[in-house]
Design a binder for this molecule. Structure first.
Ligand code: 5GP
Ligand code: ZN
Length: 111
């Protein structure tokens, strides 16, 4: 989608620190990291949010999130995967993205 920020990152039109890419997903560092590891996992295909994702796409992105945490060395200590969806959750970019956060104790419940 032409005016979508994360489509721009997926197409390499918008600069980002990409840590992994394959045919289906791109994993890149969040611009404003909230933990020592804070990456975003996005599908290359434009899907506005988790609410619009089919089972296959949601599974692909979730598996990529777990792999990103494992590849960064956080399998044992743990990590959090968050998909803010819609206004009350504070979703600010309308292209599906899973946050992967790790490297510090993560409070619960979230704000
Ligand atoms: P949301 O608020 O939609 O759950 O998450 C959007 C995330 O995208 C935020 O954590 C924000 O820091 C990140 N973000 C916004 N713009 C950019 C950008 O241009 N580059 C990168 N790498 N991250 C961004
Ligand atoms: Zn998009």
């Amino acid at each position: 989608m032409a005016d979508c920020l994360f489509c721009g990152i997926a197409a390499h039109r918008v600069p980002a620190t990409i840590v992994h890419e394959d045919d289906d997903v791109v994993v890149f560092k969040d611009l404003r990291p909230q933990a020592p590891l804070h990456v975003l996992v996005i599908p290359k295909e434009h899907v506005a949010s988790l609410a619009e994702a089919d089972v296959a796409l949601a599974g692909t992105v979730a598996a990529a999130a777990a792999k990103a945490a494992a590849d960064a060395g956080y399998s044992a200590s743990g990590y959090r995967v968050v998909a803010n969806t819609g206004p009350d959750a504070g979703q600010s970019v309308a292209h599906l993205h899973f946050h992967v956060l790790a490297g510090r104790p993560l409070g619960w419940p979230p704000g």
